[in-house]
Design a protein around this ligand. Structure first.
Ligand code: PEP
Ligand code: CO
Length: 451
């Protein structure tokens, strides 16, 4: 692996000459440099071969041949880097993907918001409680959540701890996937975890049995193992590429590929708050070969989007750009059509995905952040309908979810109410769909309740 990049006006640190928003203010910049240098020496978390395979699959999804399922925590926490939490998140994503595969009749690209989703954008740099002002919590990669000075001051060493947790997480995911956890010939891995009988269990079991049976039938008839891709799967990692020192540290020039790759994740995305054309994030992301996504919210304009496409995918490369829209159920019907038109006018391929979470956040009367299942479903349904009407293709969904039985979003088959939220609210940032709500959403999409 040689490191002789050609002369260019870009390298992994050129973002530092731009204004980069949402970056931590570290008390000791020299320590940041030392940490970045040690991170740069460590082996990569993912490989360029995997990154390019994903880009190829995303290109196929852009053509309507695949569907993208992306999901996981709003913010992973170091504390939740446990075998149970990782396995249950992988399991719910696999179960959802099987349901989507069955319903949409397309191979599903599985991408976790996992193994690196540790940095969060915040609306304010600081937080004041009872006269004490401290830096905002920006995710475990930056500082710690308790409201005390020692925990809130950004600590560069946490980048190393985050990198290690990301590697541990992906290592375990890879072992589970390779060890047959995702093999549909073993439906026992696919059982539902509910203690009480779930209102959606029967529907789910029908789908799993029907897929297992068709695999068995295929093998019986052909005398060969089914090669539908369901018995041996790919699983990819993604995170918001927010913390640019961290992203820079694992960015390498690969001579054999003649390009720079961010090897900390397969698929980084640019958050809505950092998509400024002149900002540090767009500068950094224009130089790497990974497929990337951009979150689009109500503030985006058609012209801005066209300029982003020009900056981030000037040659219209297939698979490079995914647009994740998060307008909210009330705004999507008005906001999406002009963007679809604007993208069309560029002639550049994109993959359209729907994040029905971030535009539907609200506070309960007692001030708890939540999201209602019906609004989440309504935004997905509208996204499918708008794309269909415009002859476009909605090729993906993006959810905040957990494999655990939390109570952070209301609604769903069990009819969780505001009063249930206190019971098991564990997120330090945004409210996530629980295991059952996440699976129910996949079932609704698969049943074509979106059409
Ligand atoms: C997120 O995905 O957690 C997030 C902060 O999203 P957005 O950039 O869309 O607000
Ligand atoms: Co979030």
């Amino acid at each position: 692996m040689s490191r002789k990049p050609p002369q260019s006006d870009w390298h992994p640190a050129t973002w530092q000459s731009r204004a980069a928003t949402q970056q931590p203010l570290y008390p000791d910049p020299a320590e940041v440099e030392r940490v970045v240098a040690s991170l740069a020496q460590l082996p990569p978390i993912v490989t360029s071969g995997e990154i390019l395979a994903l880009k190829q699959q995303l290109a196929e999804a852009q053509r309507g041949e695949r569907f993208l399922l992306q999901g996981g925590d709003c913010a992973e926490s170091f504390e939740d880097c446990t075998s149970d939490a990782i396995a249950s998140k992988l399991k719910i994503l696999l179960q959802m993907s099987v349901v989507l595969l069955y319903g949409l009749k397309k191979p599903v690209i599985r991408v976790g918001r996992m193994a690196g989703q540790y940095a969060k954008p915040r609306s304010a740099d600081s937080e004041t409680r009872e006269g004490l002002t401290l830096p905002s919590y920006r995710g475990d990669l930056v500082n710690r959540h308790p409201f005390v000075k020692e925990d809130r001051v950004p600590d560069p060493q946490l980048m190393l701890r985050g990198y290690e947790r990301a590697a541990l997480t992906l290592n375990f995911v890879r072992a589970l996937v390779d060890g047959g956890f995702a093999d549909l010939h073993h439906p026992e891995n696919w059982d539902l975890d509910f203690v009480d009988h779930s209102p959606i269990a029967d529907n789910y079991q029908e789908i799993v049995h029907s897929i297992s049976e068709s695999l068995d039938f295929f093998e019986l008839v052909s005398g060969q193992p089914a090669s539908s891709g369901t018995e041996r799967i790919d699983f990819f990692a993604s995170h918001e590429g927010l913390h640019l020192h961290y992203e820079q540290a694992q960015t390498r020039y690969l001579e054999k590929r003649k390009g720079w790759f961010n090897l900390s994740t397969h698929f980084p995305w640019i958050g809505m708050r950092t998509a400024d054309l002149e900002g540090g994030h767009v500068e950094y992301y224009r130089g790497i070969q990974n497929p990337i996504a951009i979150k689009l919210g109500p503030s985006i304009t058609p012209e801005w989007l066209q300029e982003l496409i020009g900056a981030l995918n000037p040659h219209g490369e297939p698979g490079r750009l995914t647009l994740i829209c998060r307008f909210g159920a009330k705004k999507i019907e008005e906001a999406l059509p002009p963007l679809i038109q604007a993208v069309r006018a560029t002639g550049s391929p994109v993959l359209w995905s729907c994040d029905p979470m971030h535009g539907n956040t609200e506070s309960t009367a007692s001030g708890v952040k939540t999201r209602r299942f019906e609004n989440i479903l309504a935004e997905v349904q509208s996204a499918f309908a708008v794309h269909k009407e415009m002859g476009s293709y909605l090729g993906g969904v993006h959810f905040e979810l957990t494999g655990d039985n939390v109570t952070e979003c209301t609604g769903g088959a069990r009819g969780l109410t505001d009063a249930d939220l206190a019971r098991a609210y564990r997120s330090t940032v945004d409210p996530r769909l629980n295991y059952e709500q996440a699976l129910e959403l996949a079932l609704c999409i698969a049943r074509g309740r979106h059409a």
